[in-house]
Structures are given as structure tokens and as C-alpha cells.
Design a protein around this ligand. Structure first.
Ligand code: S3P
Length: 452
């Protein structure tokens, strides 16, 4: 795992600007959101859960380590992970601080579990995670009877004295956040009675789907663009088999690479197609992208398909704010696509991007500006000015410990006239281990995306 105190900086640049055509087929690594949840729900279930296709990225390994520290027995044999769960209420006090590394999902979902378990625990993370807002979970969770303290500015480390007999929560989530929604639901698992969460805009529903898969009673009512979710507390979660689909947020990077590099044709295999995750695919299609879904199927309760991506000249679009929750992690790579598109792409309503692994709104704008692309930040909107030609490049991408910025910068470098340099690519492993090697394998004749 990452050493969170010191980190060598590595430079990366594509060997050949305007790389030669990509013609390949690749399996997309497991979905990060679903992988975290599979480990957590498995630890809360009675019996042995098996997980196939778990993402073995740094973030998910942090969750595995934390659930082990809370008493679950988690083992890996080849591609299959097993979790011997302790049942709801059966976790034990960890002996040490739980370090969730770079992962906001791990930290926030775990805080929900810990709030309704009657023992003391402390969650921390790396410098990026320690700068992210945690009041969005500590405040609603405290209402169950837990005592939760954070640093004065509401950030990690966070100390949790879990409630002895947690009260069920009734919470209207003020920001569109699947992490906050999930934290409240996870807290409700060990509270007697009905937990209710209302979200004004629907966010990814993997927690709701997987809770049902493990035998919990969850009802969801659509109200306008939003949803009301009801969970009956203290169910007996039964161990279940989980098949993790490929992560659409990871598929986004080779997808945009193939769209931008002339002559490319790539088959992305086993990509999760949950409609609350596919806003980028909708947007790219509106830009003219040739994306064809092949072999659509359901695996482990989630829609999955293979996506054939063929190079296309893209045109600018106006991305509506209500689409943001379904593509919240994809704006940096969409901005890279927009830099090569013809016209001004406006992405609306990106306030939540400021609370990610970095301030992604500012960092995405800086990435493009440094590489000769005109951008504007207008309130919470990002405008990217493309002219249908390859962007100049030649600049430095500062990644601020953010894996998605690093991968966006690497893909940008495939489309520019001059090479792009990335300050640090080590964080790519948080969500897409092997990304640079995989891309090198795809790009004919390229020496390396990462300079040795
Ligand atoms: C996630 C939810 C999103 C997303 C993150 C994963 C999840 O965060 O950005 O990468 O697994 O629930 P928010 O819910 O905070 O927007």
C-alpha cells in the first residue's frame, strides 16, 4: 500500500504524441464502489461471502484491511475473495487507528458502520483524504446516539464512540452523495426500526441493490428526480456471492483514448452499465462518439455489457447539471475529450467536484490550461474551448494525489501535439492498477507512458 508520508515523484509522458491507432480488446478492472460494499456487507453478514472480480486497487485493499481489523476473516485465493462475516453488531473494537488511505468511499461508508457499533474507533487517511469534508457524515450519524469528533475544520482524523443502542435515522441528504446516503443506511443496519433517507437527485444505488442481495428489506420510491429509501433495521444479512462488474469510471479512460486517437477500435469487456453510472457514455454519444454496446447482460444483479469504441471526431455539448451524479467521477476525462472536440463544451453544476480527491474543478482547468487549451470556470460550470484539432500539449499536469487526474493527463498526452508530463502517477493504483502498462500494451509502437 502507499506510504502516506513520503512519495517519489515520477514523470510520465507518452512516447509518441498523437499515438498510433489502438486496436485491442481489454477487460475492465472491477468496480470500486461495488468492491468496497461487497467487503463491508460480507463482513456484516452471517456466513461466508465469495466475491469474484474484486478490484485489487489500493482503496479497496484499505477497506479489506479495515474489515479485518474489525474482526472479519478475509482471504484471497486467485480471483476469488472470501469474507467470513461476523453478523450485524458482531464487529469488534479495532486495536489501532483505521487508515483508509486515499479513499473517501471507504472512510465515509465505514463511519456509518462504526456509528452503530458500541466501541471506540478512529478513522484517518492520507493528506488528500484528510483535507476532505467529513461533517457531511459525522453530523447526520451523530443523531443515532454516537459520539463523533473530527478536527476543528470537520476533517479526519475522526473519532467514533459508537451508539450502544442506535436510533434509526431519518435524513434528507443535502448534497447529491451516494457516500452519505450509504453511510446513513449502513448505520441503520444496526438500529432497531426503520431508517429513512431522502435524496433530491438519485445517486448510484449499489448499496440499496447489494443490501437486498444480502437479504435486507429495502424499499425505494422515486420522487421527482430523487428517491426515498426505507431500510428495516437489524435484518439478518445472509452471506451471498457477489460478481463485481467492470468499473464504468475506469472504462472511461481507454474509451476516451480510443475516441481521440485516429484509427482506433477498442472492445472494453464486462463494463457495468447501471444507469446511475453511465452519464459519460450518454454525453460522449451526444458528442458523436461511436460507442456500441454488445452482449448486454445481467451479472450479480447489475447490468453489464461489452462496449466497442471507435475513433470519432467529437463535437462540443452542453452537459446538464442533473446528469452530474451519474458521471461525477468522469468530468476530468470528459474535459480531455472536450479539448479535442469542435466548439465550446459547457459542463454545468460541478460544485461537488471541489470535494473529491482534489479540487477537481480547479485541477482539471489547470491541466488543460497548462497544455494550451482555453477553459473558463463560470460559477460551478466548466467551459472547455475546442476547435476540433489536437491540443498543443507540452505542459505539466499537477495531480494533487488524485488518480483520476493522473489518468486524464496520460490520456490527454495521447491526443496532443507535444508530450504532456504528469507530476506523479503513483496514485493511479488506487482505482486502476496496471493502467499505464495496459495502455502501453495497447498503443502500437509506444515506448512507455511512464518514463523510467
Ligand atoms: C462513490 C460515490 C461518489 C464517487 C466516489 C464513489 C461511492 O462520491 O465520487 O468515487 O462509491 O458511493 P459522492 O457520493 O460523495 O459524490
Amino acid at each position: 500500500m502507499h506510504d502516506t508520508t513520503s512519495r517519489p515523484m515520477r514523470s510520465a509522458r507518452p512516447a509518441a504524441p498523437l499515438a498510433t491507432a489502438i486496436d485491442s480488446s481489454l477487460a475492465i478492472p472491477g468496480d470500486k464502489s461495488i468492491s468496497h460494499r461487497a467487503l463491508m456487507f460480507g463482513a456484516l453478514a452471517v456466513g461466508e461471502t465469495t466475491i469474484t472480480g474484486l478490484l485489487q486497487g489500493e482503496d479497496v485493499l484499505r477497506t479489506a484491511a479495515a474489515m479485518r481489523a474489525l474482526g472479519a476473516d478475509i482471504r484471497q485465493e486467485g480471483a476469488v475473495w472470501t469474507v467470513a462475516g461476523r453478523g450485524i453488531g458482531g464487529l469488534i473494537e479495532p486495536q489501532d487507528v483505521l487508515d483508509m488511505g486515499n479513499s473517501g468511499t471507504a472512510a465515509r461508508l465505514l463511519s456509518g458502520i462504526l456509528a452503530s457499533h458500541p466501541f471506540f474507533s478512529v478513522i484517518t487517511g492520507d493528506a488528500s483524504l484528510r483535507s476532505r469534508p467529513m461533517r457531511r457524515v459525522s453530523q447526520p450519524l451523530a443523531a443515532c446516539g454516537a459520539r463523533i469528533t473530527t478536527r476543528a475544520n470537520g476533517s479526519l482524523p475522526m473519532a467514533i464512540e459508537g451508539a450502544r443502542e442506535a436510533l434509526p435515522l431519518d435524513y434528507d441528504v443535502p448534497v447529491p452523495s451516494a457516500q452519505v446516503k450509504s453511510a446513513v443506511l449502513l448505520c441503520g443496519l444496526n438500529a432497531a426500526g426503520m431508517t429513512r433517507v431522502f435524496e433530491r437527485e438519485a445517486t448510484r444505488d449499489h448499496s440499496e441493490n447489494m443490501l437486498r442481495h444480502f437479504g435486507a428489506e429495502v424499499t425505494v420510491k422515486e420522487i421527482g428526480h430523487g428517491r426515498e429509501i426505507l431500510l428495516r433495521g437489524q435484518p439478518e444479512l445472509r452471506a451471498a456471492d457477489v460478481i463485481v462488474p467492470g468499473d464504468p469510471s475506469s472504462a472511461a479512460f481507454p474509451m476516451v483514448a480510443a475516441l481521440l486517437v485516429p484509427g482506433s477500435r477498442v472492445l472494453l469487456r464486462g463494463v457495468g452499465l447501471n444507469p446511475l453510472r453511465t452519464g459519460l457514455f450518454t454525453t460522449l454519444r451526444e458528442m458523436g462518439a461511436a460507442l456500441t454496446i454488445l452482449d448486454g447482460r445481467t451479472e450479480g444483479g447489475e447490468p453489464v455489457g461489452d462496449i466497442l469504441v471507435e475513433h470519432t471526431a467529437l463535437r462540443a455539448v452542453d452537459v446538464p447539471p442533473e446528469r452530474a451524479p451519474s458521471m461525477i467521477d468522469e468530468y476530468p476525462i470528459l474535459a480531455v475529450a472536450a479539448a479535442s472536440a469542435r466548439g465550446i463544451t459547457r459542463m454545468r453544476g460541478l460544485k461537488e467536484l471541489r470535494a473529491k480527491e482534489s479540487d477537481r474543478l480547479a485541477a482539471t482547468a489547470a491541466m488543460l490550461t497548462a497544455n494550451g487549451v482555453k477553459v473558463d470556470i463560470d460559477g460551478d460550470d466548466l467551459c472547455v474551448y475546442g476547435n476540433g484539432n489536437p491540443p498543443p500539449g507540452g505542459g505539466l499536469v499537477v495531480t494533487h494525489m488524485d488518480h483520476r487526474l493522473a489518468m486524464s493527463g496520460l490520456v490527454l498526452g495521447l491526443s496532443t501535439l507535444d508530450p504532456v508530463t504528469i507530476d506523479d502517477v503513483t496514485f493511479v493504483d488506487t482505482s486502476f492498477p496496471g493502467f499505464t502498462g495496459l495502455m502501453n500494451g495497447l498503443i502500437d509502437g509506444a515506448e512507455a507512458l511512464v518514463a523510467a
